[in-house]
Design a protein around this ligand. Structure first.
Ligand SMILES: [Zn+2]
Length: 233
C-alpha cells in the first residue's frame, strides 16, 4: 500500500474512533503524499479534513479545506459543504448578512494593515484589539453612508478596498510613502491576473483555476482574520 493510502486508512480509523487530532495528522500526511492526479481521492480527503477541523473548533480553516475539495471535484461532499457554509465573499456564512459584511470588511482591512508591517503579524493582543476597534468604527461609519443591504458583493468589495483607515502604527512605514524599496504591497491590493487568458480577473469573472466559480468565491475568497493571523492563507 502506498504511503498516502496507509495514512488515509489510519485517518478514517481515527475519525471513527473520534480522535480528531490523530485523524488530522494522518489526513495531512496523506494529502501531502498523494499524487495530484488523484483528484477525487484528494477531494475526499480535503472533505474529511474539513470535518475534523470543525470538530477541532476551526470552521474558517475547515472552509478553506472544503474550497480545496471543491476545486478538485465540482461535485461531491466537499463541494456541497463549501456551498452550504460559504457566503458571497467565500467566507464562513454568519447568521445575517450584516455580520457577513463586517467580517469581509475586517478581512480586507486586516490584510492591508498586516501586509504593510514588516513582521506581517500582530505583536500583541493589545495591538490586535486596537486595530479591530478602529476597523469596527470605520465599518459603522461606512454602513451609515452606503446602503450595503442593497449592494452586490462585487460592489461592496470595491468599496471596502477603497476605504482607507489611517492606522497609527502603519503610517510610519506605509508602502505608498516609503516608495518601492522598503514598501511591501498590501495583499488586499493585489490584482489577480489570468495569464492563460491574458486578462485581469475581476471578482465576478470565472476563476482561472477552472472551477467554474466566480473568482471571489474560489481562489480569490477572503480569508478569515483567524487565517490571516496564523499565516495559514
Ligand atoms: Zn479558483
Amino acid at each position: 500500500m502506498n504511503d498516502w493510502q496507509h495514512n488515509y486508512r489510519l485517518a478514517r480509523i481515527n475519525l471513527k474512533r473520534g480522535d480528531s487530532v490523530a485523524a488530522m495528522k494522518h489526513l495531512q500526511g496523506a494529502i501531502d503524499a498523494c499524487p495530484v492526479t488523484q483528484r477525487i481521492e484528494l477531494s475526499r480527503m480535503f472533505y474529511y479534513l474539513g470535518m475534523v477541523l470543525v470538530r477541532l473548533g476551526k470552521p474558517p480553516v475547515a472552509l478553506k479545506s472544503w474550497a480545496s475539495a471543491f476545486k478538485l471535484a465540482k461535485r461531491g461532499y466537499g463541494a456541497r459543504m463549501y456551498g452550504r457554509f460559504s457566503n458571497g465573499y467565500g467566507m464562513v456564512k454568519c447568521q445575517d448578512s450584516a455580520t457577513d459584511d463586517f467580517y469581509a470588511f475586517r478581512s480586507v482591512q486586516t490584510s492591508r494593515y498586516l501586509g504593510s508591517k514588516e513582521s506581517r503579524c500582530f505583536q500583541s493582543g493589545t495591538e490586535r484589539d486596537m486595530v479591530f476597534v478602529l476597523i469596527a468604527d470605520a465599518f459603522l461609519r461606512l454602513r451609515k453612508s452606503y446602503p450595503l443591504a442593497s449592494m452586490g458583493c462585487k460592489e461592496k468589495l470595491a468599496l471596502y478596498r477603497r476605504a482607507k483607515i489611517s492606522f497609527p502604527l502603519v503610517s510610519r512605514n506605509d508602502p505608498q510613502e516609503a516608495g518601492v524599496e522598503g514598501g511591501i504591497c498590501p495583499s488586499a491590493d493585489v490584482v489577480a491576473v489570468d495569464f492563460v487568458m491574458n486578462r485581469v480577473l475581476d471578482d465576478d469573472s470565472r476563476c482561472s483555476c477552472g472551477s467554474g466559480k466566480p473568482y471571489r468565491l474560489c481562489c480569490g475568497r477572503l480569508p478569515s482574520c483567524f487565517e490571516i493571523e496564523n499565516g495559514s492563507f
